[in-house]
Write a new protein. Structure first.
Length: 332
């Protein structure tokens, strides 16, 4: 199959933010200091919302200013320039391209991680049941040459997850035809045969499985995470950087195990993401590392796969030490 040629670009179009970064001016004694946080408004970033609602940032002398963003790729340049202090979002090929061009940002933490063994995981690779029933697809290896839908295109985390599944089956990410499609459109596309498989988040993977139009083939292994926390370089050098991360990890610690589903936490997550508590509870939540430590080996694997796809165009991998800083997690 012809290798995809996709150049990852970093776009600022359509994102206008106001206000000063936390590093612009020191606060008076006892006054809360503002930290500007760009976030994608999803439940996978629940530690941020829980820590904010429960006052953990205030305990550290911080007042959050939350700015909704469409993707981390849009916000990374804003963090590098100081217009944002922190970005909480999914990783993409654009992050690596930005670092390679010299933008000053650091990956300091992870967000939602897969438990791997859950009966109803937060996301899964699914295939058309019609193709399974006629014997065309019996396992992941049978996806070779077929159309597989991913959100975010070749430079997004969905493509990385599909690549993981294919490599486990002895194939490469270039052995399938990736189709860019939003999660809500995937069940219909599977039903009408315009795609053969999809990597989808709940409820968009389990809905077609439950109604008999799809079959689950694979889910992400334990500990896999495609999301995390990025600091602007200037913010990372301030005292607030550690205080912010300490508060954030307190939010993560309140979400361990079944505590994810306490009434209080569900209400907080719902309010932050525009849902009811019942709607949040109806969809499987990810898990979070108690210290939200970054996962440099996985980031390196993402970079390698996106290079293979052509979503990253530079020749040599970036040393992990150039863009990953685990000290905030270690000191929380």
């Amino acid at each position: 199959m012809k290798k995809l040629k996709i150049v990852a670009a970093v776009s600022l179009v359509g994102l206008v933010l106001s206000g000063c970064a936390a590093t612009d001016a020191p606060a008076a004694s006892g006054e809360l200091q503002t930290v500007n946080v760009g976030h994608v408004q999803l439940a996978i970033f629940s530690p941020l919302y829980v820590a904010d609602a429960k006052g953990y940032f205030e305990d550290e002398g911080i007042s959050l200013k939350l700015e909704a963003i469409k993707s981390g790729q849009d916000a990374v340049p804003l963090a590098a320039s100081g217009k944002l202090d922190v970005v909480v979002s999914g990783f993409s090929a654009g992050l690596f391209s930005a670092v390679e061009t010299g933008l000053n940002v650091k990956v300091v933490g992870s967000m939602g991680v897969s438990a791997g063994d859950e009966e109803v995981p937060p996301s899964a690779l699914i295939a058309s049941k019609a193709l399974v029933d006629d014997g065309t697809i019996t396992n992941v290896a049978d996806l070779e040459g077929r159309k597989v839908a991913v959100a975010g295109g070749a430079g997004g985390t969905g493509a990385f997850y599909v690549g993981m599944a294919l490599e486990e089956a002895g194939l490469s990410i270039t052995d399938v035809e990736l189709v860019t499609l939003g999660n809500p459109d995937m069940p219909t596309a599977l039903a009408n045969g315009s795609i053969d498989a999809a990597f989808a988040s709940a409820p968009f993977w389990n809905m077609p499985v439950e109604d008999g139009t799809a079959v689950s083939l694979w889910t992400t292994p334990t500990g896999t995470s495609g999301t995390g926390v990025v600091y602007g370089g200037d913010f990372a050098a301030t005292d607030l950087a550690q205080k912010f991360f300490t508060a954030l990890t307190r939010g993560a610690q309140d979400l361990q195990g079944d505590d994810r589903y306490t009434d209080e936490n569900l209400a907080i997550i719902g309010a932050a993401t525009g849902q009811t508590a019942e709607q949040v509870a109806a969809v499987p939540l990810y898990r979070w590392l108690p210290d939200l430590a970054p996962l440099p080996e996985q980031l390196a694997a993402m970079e390698r796969m996106w290079m293979e796809l052509g979503a990253i165009v530079y020749a040599d991998p970036i040393p992990e030490a150039d863009y990953v800083d685990a000290t905030f997690a270690q000191n929380s």
